[in-house]
Design a binder for this molecule. Sequence first.
Ligand SMILES: *Cc1c(COP(=O)(O)O)cnc(C)c1O
Length: 400
Amino acid sequence: MSAETAPEAAPETAPEAGAAATSPTGDPWLLTPGPLTTSPGVKQAMLHDYGSRDRRFIEVNRRLRERLVRIASGDAGGDGSHVCVPLQGSGTFVVEAMLGTFLPRDGKLLILVNGAYGQRIARICQYYGRAIAIQETPEDVPADPEALDRALQADGDISHVAVVHCETTSGILNPIEAVAEVTARHGRSLLIDAMSAFGALPLDVRALNADAVVASSNKCLEGSPGMGFCIARKDAIEATQGNAPSLCLDLHDQWVAMEKNGQWRFTPPTHCILALDQALAEFEAEGGVAGRGARYRENCRILVEGMRALGFQTLLPDALQAPIIVTFHVPGDPNFDFKTFYDSLRVQGYVIYPGKLTVAESFRIGCIGRLGPAQMRGALAAVAQALASMKVKNCAPIAA
Ligand SMILES: *Cc1c(COP(=O)(O)O)cnc(C)c1O
């Protein structure tokens, strides 16, 4: 099958189909923050070897960049004001590339932190020796636009603000629109890590007036792992020449080179690009951000309702929960053992994720990837089975 064909997901690839405990490839379903379960079509798309200068590859790459700009522009189509710069590596590579490229050496970044990914942004800046300020809220509290307003008022040295759209540590949704409004009002630049939300939650870089937004191929877009991308305002990236302290992670250099001949500077992840091209065709067939978001919201609803019915408690109230990944408190019942629980689910065909919280013992179950109601219900049945085999009676957390 050529990458240009089959934009429509075949019926048997629909995540609703069947309630088999394992996926069509016999792999477990991945209810994690990534890598995620991909569709048969996406896996199929990788069965090609394209040369990096192949006309077909250059066309796929061009189309992919255009589509990503469109998705970042509220699905409304690009108007030439923004560009897409893809980059090899996992999501963190492109986060680091964004920081290194967009932060001038004499700049200062205010980071809104409420989890591990915000902390990681701070850590990258420390490697690069860039000045930072941190405004931290607890892991179950969204970033605070009013506190941001006061901080920008008080510190004129702050040139940029960084925010994580969905902080995957807890699954909390940060108020990026309000953060963008405050940042713009103070005339500062905004950088967004939208890694775990891009493609599932609405985002319009033009309305947010962000300098740059980064995400990756393998989360809500449901491609394979291997590349990230930056959606940048053209005038903002034009002004970044000479900022980056790393050649590989210089998005300005990557952009200029790609504009010149449509090619990547260094060996492109061709299979990953073909997979993402197919994933974007399936994304469009599903109805873009609205369709993908609706499926994930339904996944999340089934999961949360089912887990609550079993007695589990979510870390977050529903109003703060993004339909991406849900954090549950570990039951206080002395018979509960996370490793046994995890292994039992794995044997039954479902992979979940340990918690990353510092405040409470927890675990996470993802709603994203090529999963539908059948997989969420299957996971709930597996959870019930695991609890029964551990003889766990009470799933309420230890009283705080
Ligand atoms: C997944 C993720 C990243 C990138 O993680 P990688 O493991 O490097 O792909 C960055 N930020 C957020 C919010 C994420 O969810």
